[in-house]
Every structure is written in structure tokens, then in C-alpha cells.
Design a protein around this ligand. Sequence first.
Ligand SMILES: [Zn+2]
Length: 163
Amino acid sequence: MSSVCFIADGMLGSLARKLRIFGFDTLYYNDVEDFKLIEIGEQQERILLTCDKILIQRAMNAGISSVLLDGSGDVDDMIHILRNYKINFVEFLPENSRCPICNNILDRCDKNSINKLIPEKIFNIHERFYLCKQCNKVYWEGSHLKKLREFGLFVKRGLNDTS
Ligand SMILES: [Zn+2]
């Protein structure tokens, strides 16, 4: 997995969740002042992601790495970030995912250990479950996976398209 990690500004919630799901360590706050984002980026050597030109200028002045996104869509933004840092795209793999809510690494868990945390219907039809030990949320390989794999394919296609 790539060692780069990110901090996304308050406008990029959807992108931040996707980055986490695809395994990138990404901090995201929707209620934090610009100076704090820069401070955390600096302390933790995180790349700042934003659509805000003023914030980019401040980040550059503070000497932290940053990417100005145009916010036209998560696919384009993701391609832009990966290209910028020459990161090879990684396939979507649940075992590499981070919790979209809190950014913690997910652990594959025994289904019988989490039976009280999920609806019985879900428990009965799925076999693979992943637990976030930080926020206690359980994930399973449901229908949203198809959408994520599609998202991954669009990004991959975009990365390969050099025209
Ligand atoms: Zn979590």
C-alpha cells in the first residue's frame, strides 16, 4: 500500500471516504479552520487536498505538500491526486480498506463474533465481515461493492488514458 497520506478539507467528504475505502490514510474534518488543517498536515506530513485556492496558497507558504482539485467529481479528483504523486492505482480490496467514517484500518472478523452488531438478515446472507475497532462499525461485501469496483475501473481507465 502507498505510504502517502492525506488531509482533506471540509468540502471533500465524499472524496475522503473513497480514498479511505481504497486504502489511503486520509484525515477529514468538516469543521476545522484552515490554519488547523495546515498545522496537522505539517505535523503529520500529510498532503493537503482542497478546492480552495486561498487555502492552497497558505499551504504552499507553510511549505506543505498540497493538491488543488477542481471538485468536478470524485473520479477526476482521484485521478488527479494519483497522477500528481505517481501512485499506481490499487484495485479495490476490502482487506486493504480503511473505515470510511473514521479512517481506522479494518479487520476481517469472524462472523459469529459480530452477530449482535448487524441485522439478522445481513448475517444470514453474507460470509465476509470487516470490523472497525475504533467506531465498532461492521462492513460486509454487499451491493455497494459493485459501485466501488466500477468507481475503481473509471479511475484506472482515466489513469491509463494519456491523451
Ligand atoms: Zn471506524
